[in-house]
Ligand binder design. Structure first.
Ligand code: AMP
Ligand code: MG
Length: 276
């Protein structure tokens, strides 16, 4: 990326200070693809170099955290932005309602088990943040238990960063009206009925409570080590491009490089000569 190309990460990062979600427009399209110079660093190539680096002892890896209300498009982002990467080198994890076993442990227990190995891009479809979102909104544990989790999350993420992980946290910001349209569309299409969860309508009724809970997350857990990005999610194409671009910018900055081979290339070539 040239020095003067504005970065999407700068445009979408949550600024420090008090956060109110009303300040973020779900229909915005900052730095659309057309505004930017195309360049050669394809996501796939960057990822391959990150992987190559790890085969020679490199510790670096990336963790993409996806959060958002139902229909915000976590699935679409995984299909398009992450799909662009191809399956090799990507480790996908969806976090659902915790099992009995998971509930018997600290909330980060199941998360730690799914952290990406060096060279990999880990994708969290929902994450440890549910433990201060759905859990807070539904009083699944008392406030005395969820309140300390913001600090616990920041300490946890700092630990990951210190160990070579670059964390990209994305809140897919869909509007109330567009969520309604998308839920109605699911009802109109028999091939989408499987996606329709009656519980999503219950969550929608708690929209304002979720806005408050998301604002707290963005305010308290957008750190220098692991910032949050708010991606406008009312336009699907923009949303998918933006997440891919955030990943790409992140990898460009990491600048992974193919390791120098330790093989004796001439000797190998010699041994591969046809038989005399
Ligand atoms: P989905 O991602 O739409 O398939 O739904 C997964 C469901 O699991 C959502 O309703 C989440 O709110 C719920 N979920 C994920 N993590 C937790 C958690 N830590 N505690 C309670 N519910 C959770
Ligand atoms: Mg859902």
């Amino acid at each position: 990326m040239s020095e003067d190309t504005p970065s999407l990460r700068q445009a979408l990062a949550v600024p420090p200070g008090p956060v109110s979600l009303s300040g973020f427009d779900p229909g915005a399209k900052p730095l659309e693809p057309g505004d930017r110079h195309a360049h050669d660093d394809r996501l796939q190539d960057l990822q391959e170099r990150l992987w190559a680096e790890s085969t020679q002892g490199g510790r670096r890896r990336v963790l993409l955290v996806l959060q958002g209300m139902d229909t915000a498009g976590k699935g679409g982002v995984v299909k398009h932005a992450v799909g662009e990467l191809g399956p090799i080198g990507v480790q996908y994890s969806a976090f659902k309602k915790p099992t009995e076993e998971e509930l018997a442990h600290d909330f980060l227990w199941r998360i730690r088990k799914r952290l990406p190995e060096p060279g990999m891009i880990g994708v969290f479809d929902r994450s440890h943040y549910e433990d201060v979102l759905v859990v807070r909104v539904h009083d699944l544990v008392p406030q005395s238990e969820w309140e300390p989790r913001y600090d616990a999350i920041n300490a946890f993420e700092q630990e990951l960063v210190d160990d070579g992980t670059t964390i990209v946290k994305v809140f897919l910001n869909v509007s109330y009206d567009v969520q309604r349209e998308r839920l109605l569309r699911r009802l109109r299409r028999p091939d989408k009925h499987w996606k329709f969860n009656p519980g999503d309508v219950d969550e929608r009724a708690l929209w304002d409570e979720y806005r408050v809970a998301y604002s707290a997350v963005l305010e308290r857990c957008s750190t220098a080590a692991a910032p949050w990005y708010v991606v406008p999610a009312d336009h699907k194409k923009y949303r998918n491009w933006a997440v891919a671009e955030l990943l790409r910018e992140t990898l460009v900055e990491l600048a992974p490089a193919y390791p120098q081979p330790s093989i004796d290339i001439d000797a190998m070539r010699e041994r591969l000569q046809p038989p005399h």
